[in-house]
Design a protein around this ligand. Structure first.
Ligand code: NAD
Length: 256
């Protein structure tokens, strides 16, 4: 590790497990001070214990604008202005469209899309003062193509990509880049939930359910959280300063 991000303050949402935890570990190993944001303290404390740089924990539901505002204020008091924002918190509930009621629809939009909006609003003035501000939205291949039975999640992730592209243009004259990373099926707790769901609804074994998800990836494997963290590392680097408004698929060729 190079300590390339020493002196920068990175805030990662949904940092208690999975992709968010992998990103937080990478940023910390590169010397950034890291704020871990999530709804519950305990998983964040476990991740914090594995980090090597200065770490702050703040709790908030990203869908709640007021909680987000308080959490960002606390992070700023402890670690200074945020210069890297990783909007990673997300949830993926599945249902056929005819059983997608307005509550499920609203939940998916609130967490995945409005959550990204709330955190970006809360960080923007900080990012504009940074030497190299970075907004990295963890979207999904579900923001680039459709999948049956996750219309609300997919609509929200398409929205995240629209927000990414528009804000990138708006901020292009500044020092802030805005990009989305679009993982395919990735080996995390969220994936375990998807497997459990498929098994419950179809009676398949775990191996058969897993094979069904693996099949979507032309490389025939699941993405690992560290692969997503590596893309974040590059987007945060000076080498990527001309890269903005992009959706980077990490999905073995599933989306072209
Ligand atoms: P995960 O469920 O393992 O972790 C998500 C984290 O976000 C958890 O710590 C959870 O508590 C937190 N979170 C959820 N709702 C929140 C809220 N309202 N406020 C604050 N924190 C909240 O999921 P993951 O697989 O690590 O997913 C991370 C991101 O990557 C998500 O945005 C997800 O949509 C996206 N993604 C995941 C996959 C996959 O296959 N795992 C594929 C594509 C995209």
């Amino acid at each position: 590790m190079s300590g390339a991000f020493t002196g920068r303050h990175a805030l990662v949402t949904g940092a208690g497990q999975g992709i968010g935890a992998a990103i937080a570990r990478m940023l910390s190993a590169e010397g950034a001070s890291v704020t871990l944001l999530g709804r519950r303290r305990e998983p964040l404390e476990m991740v914090a214990a594995s980090l090597t740089s200065a770490t702050t924990i703040v709790t908030a539901d990203v869908a709640d604008e007021h909680q987000v505002s308080l959490a960002f204020s606390a992070a700023r008091v402890q670690r200074g202005a945020v210069s890297i924002l990783v909007n990673n918190a997300g949830q993926a509930e599945s249902a056929p469209f005819r059983r997608t009621n307005s509550e499920l629809w609203s939940r998916m939009l609130a967490v995945n899309l409005t959550g990204t909006f709330n955190c970006t609003q809360a960080a923007l003035s900080d990012l504009l003062t940074a030497r190299a501000g970075r907004i990295i939205n963890i979207a999904s291949t579900a923001g680039q193509r459709g999948y049956a039975y996750v219309s609300a999640y997919s609509a929200a992730k398409h929205g995240v990509i629209g927000l990414t592209r528009s804000l990138a243009l708006e901020l292009a004259p500044s020092n802030v880049t805005v990009n989305a990373i679009c993982p395919g099926f990735t080996e995390t707790e969220m994936l375990q939930e998807s497997l459990a769901n498929i098994m419950a609804k179809t009676g398949r074994t775990e191996a058969a359910a897993r094979a069904e998800l693996v099949k979507t990836n032309p490389q025939g494997r699941l993405v690992q959280p560290d692969e997503v963290a590596e893309a974040v590392r590059w987007l945060c680097s000076d080498a990527a300063r001309s890269v903005t408004g992009q959706c980077i698929s990490i999905a073995g060729g599933e989306v072209m």
